[in-house]
Design a protein around this ligand. Sequence first.
Ligand code: AMP
Length: 576
Amino acid sequence: MILGIDLGTTHSAVGVVDSGFPILLADEDGKRIMPSVVWFGEDGQIEVGRKALRRRAAEPMQVVSSVKRWMGADRAVDPALENVGKTPEEVSAEILKELKRIAEWRIGSEVAKAVITVPAYFNDAQRAATKRAGELAGLEVVRIINEPTAAALAYGLDKLKDKARVAVYDLGGGTFDLTILEMEGGVFQVLATHGDTRLGGDDVDRMIFSMLTAEIPEISETLRWKFMEEAEKAKRILSVEASCTVRIPFYDGENSIEKTVTREELDALTKGWIAKTLKCCRQAMIDSGLETGDLDAVVLVGGSTRMPAVRSAVSELFKHEVDVTQHPDEAIALGATIQAGVMSGAMRKMVLLDVTPLSLGIETFGGLMNVIIPRNTTIPCKAGEMFTNAADNQEKMGLRILQGEREMARDNWELGKFEVEMEKLPKGQARVGVQFRIDADGILEVLAREISTGKDVVVKIASSAVNVDDAAVEEMVSASVEHAFDDMSERIFTEAKLKAEELLPAVEMILGQGLVEDGEKEEIDAAYQEVKIALEKGAPNPLKEAVQKLDKATEAAAARLVEKAMEEALEREMGI
Ligand code: AMP
């Protein structure tokens, strides 16, 4: 089982696929959305979520919020973070631990894996920091996915049509980004992304806060949070009502506040703030090289897109009705859950953004595994290689298609096998090109082409190359680690043996033709014996070394052999 996690700046959520449906998991209070807030007590106690939020007014310096802003940063300049002496990763790990706890409590069993979302603009350091936070929380992060991609998955945009382009406008509490995605055959690609990591609904809270407190000369830190909370409440109400009256009686024991704010006032107040987001949208559109008419959908996510002024401004800019069918706070976690479900095989419908769980290849000379598509390659994909005949006048080449991580073909799984007819040619001269292609549904198709005749054989493998049972993948990977040493020795030996089998008769021929000069004979003889002994002993490294030695010792004689052959050919041709 794999969890889908939205590790958000202000809120986080966790989900899992249950009976084929992606669902978000609620905590003991029935809440599916958890504030990304952590309280660190003096004696090492930790509380996360709503409980931590409740402590913020009383102990602002012990409560860390919006830590995502500092992920992967060299230095975080957050007073509370500094005060509690934690890194952004450690704080994020506490949030993830709590989500893991909620999930395990709901599911009733332990979960060790997760898909976690990050903004599309996150760089490698920020993504790595997110992964480390997961590990600190005891979760193996099996995939980091972009938030806009997750949102698009939640909206079911992968089902729209074969090729679709969407803009995802994500305005949360502390960050904004606009991402243009192109989806083709179930795979999403980010065409452009622009954003502002210091822009979000919190700014609006501050604007309302300033309005409310314009006449109050001084406000304590504790009161500040109280007023901010009231400001936020008013903002939410104004998303549905035309006006709202904020009442805070005796806030300091003496004075009271009663102020009415109208939607119109809020719209005027936030005009510039919304305009900043529109500027990013225009920039992203320019970068993507698309026109608004090219977009199939404009998706809104993030709590702040509940504001009517935001909705209308976005719709006007893109000349497109905005899609608000999903819960703006839950869409990303839901998308992460869908991805997790696909990866664990719990969701039947293949939504691809997927990778090959194990390497795919064919068996070559000596029973070795020849990898054509390595493990963890994003699909769809294709790759190929050229193979030659192992013997003179070989009529057919047998191809065994394998999946697995082991060096020897026999230890991997056979997905299929077939034969290709070959032109009868001397050893090493007939060629067969083999191409592996995995489509967006994870179906592997193998094409083998005889180069001189141009004849193709195409084989479709019935079982999915991607949708492999988790436990089986794990077993295969751990077996490859466990046997790494023996496997590698066997590969080295097999490769050296193949080389030796080629080299020994060639050396015998050189010796027989008297192409060896006096100074060379001794060295060649010694190396020749060494190869024979190592072959008998079955010792990989000595064999490899002996083969190299013999190769080197016969270099000059081999060159003479080639020269002689060329001379003879020339003589024949010129009739001398
Ligand atoms: P997110 O980071 O996506 O969880 O978004 C959180 C932000 O959305 C916070 O700034 C909230 O105040 C804001 N938000 C939530 N609900 C509403 C609403 N009904 N109207 C306006 N803003 C909201």
